[in-house]
Design a protein around this ligand. Structure first.
Ligand SMILES: CC(C)(COP(=O)(O)OP(=O)(O)OC[C@H]1O[C@@H](n2cnc3c(N)ncnc32)[C@H](O)[C@@H]1OP(=O)(O)O)[C@@H](O)C(=O)NCCC(=O)NCCS
Length: 312
């Protein structure tokens, strides 16, 4: 009977080669494989980021990424598994391998004390619905730089060693409401940073600009960013006053001017929720599944506080 286990170093390479044409993000195969290997082998990945496969005999039948996450729902803490990059080699498809792997992985994480699974589906959501997932609200905002305040100073790039302060500000910006939310705790922040750094290294560019900080008597604010292909992506943000928010938005406009991006892309969660007009996403639909009977998870179509990249 097929069983679930962690991929070995060689199996990881085969998996990365398999997913590169889909999620390679413009990196050629050797660079993408090196980037993914470094991320998987990093200290930050230890314990909570795994590459799993379904095996019967030699090579994997299907494989996936699993992230152990912390979150909150209905005012209670919740442990979750984040699922990413589910992949079955083309000749092995449509034999139920991905479904069997997901089911075993969800069972394993239920035994580890997780109560729900989250993923962002790039395929027709019906497939995951059949496996017990439900689609949540999935919206995004595209904001022209001219809609942001002009930069008025009072901001700087986040420096090394400031991860703790960034996490604390982001945590303070989460309102502790009833919606499903994922913590940007120290671990998820460090893994995300490692990912951005390894990606920059693979692309042959310098240290990535990943955060902006506003401080002062007028208030504090912070943003986590990354350069998308044609947008500046705002992964997360928080502020303590409207004045600090204004400075932060000006800083983002400045960053867009410097990086040649005319649009800001963001996911309307937490303090960013009602700031800009949003539209329904057609890809990367947020989905959630309970891992045990009686676990409370949001209903179909419920709004949630999930940024697209919240699981990494
Ligand atoms: C999606 C994928 C992992 C399914 O693997 P699999 O082992 O064939 O999955 P299963 O055998 O459990 O299920 C097959 C079902 O997948 C569903 N499926 C596969 N590709 C799909 C797609 N693009 N859209 C919707 N459903 C799809 C179909 O419902 C199919 O059922 P059918 O055979 O009755 O038509 C595989 O097609 C793959 O690796 N695709 C490329 C990577 C990808 O897109 N992954 C999903 C990211 S969210």
């Amino acid at each position: 009977m097929p069983a679930l286990r962690d991929l070995t170093a060689e199996e990881r390479v085969a998996y990365f080669q398999g997913v590169q044409p889909i999620w390679g993000g413009g990196l050629d195969e050797p660079l993408f494989v090196a980037f993914q290997r470094r991320l998987a082998d990093s200290i930050e990945a230890r314990d909570r980021y795994r590459l799993l496969g379904l095996f019967e005999g030699g090579s994997f039948l299907s494989a996936m990424k699993a992230y152990e996450l912390q979150g909150r729902f209905a005012g209670q803490p919740v442990r979750l598994i984040g699922i990413g990059a589910v992949f079955t080699p083309p000749p092995l498809r449509r034999q139920g391998f991905a479904a069997a792997m997901l089911s075993l992985a969800m069972d394993e994480y239920a035994h580890r004390g997780c109560s729900a699974a989250v993923l962002f589906s790039d395929i027709d959501a019906d497939y995951y619905e059949r496996l017990g997932f439900r689609a949540l609200e999935s919206r995004e905002c595209l904001v022209e730089s001219s809609a942001l305040p002009r930069p008025a100073g009072g901001f700087r790039a986040v420096g090394p060693g400031e991860e703790g302060a960034v996490s604390a500000l982001l945590a303070a910006g989460r309102d502790g409401g009833e919606r499903l939310t994922l913590s940007r705790d120290g671990w998820t922040l460090r893994l995300q940073l490692r990912r951005l750094r390894e990606l920059a290294r693979a692309r042959g560019v310098g240290e990535p600009e990943w955060g902006i900080r506003v401080e002062g008597r007028a208030g504090d604010a912070v943003a986590m960013i990354r350069l998308g292909r044609d947008t500046l992506d705002l992964l997360d943000a928080a502020w303590t006053t409207d004045a600090a928010r204004g400075r932060l938005l000006g800083a983002l406009r400045d960053c867009m001017a410097r990086s040649g991006r005319s649009r800001l892309r963001l996911w309307p969660a937490h303090q960013l929720r009602d700031l800009f007009a949003s539209q329904q996403r057609t890809a990367a639909l947020a989905m959630v599944a309970p891992l045990r009977d009686g676990v409370a998870v949001p209903g179909r179509g419920a709004s949630a506080e999930l940024a697209l990249l919240d699981h990494i």
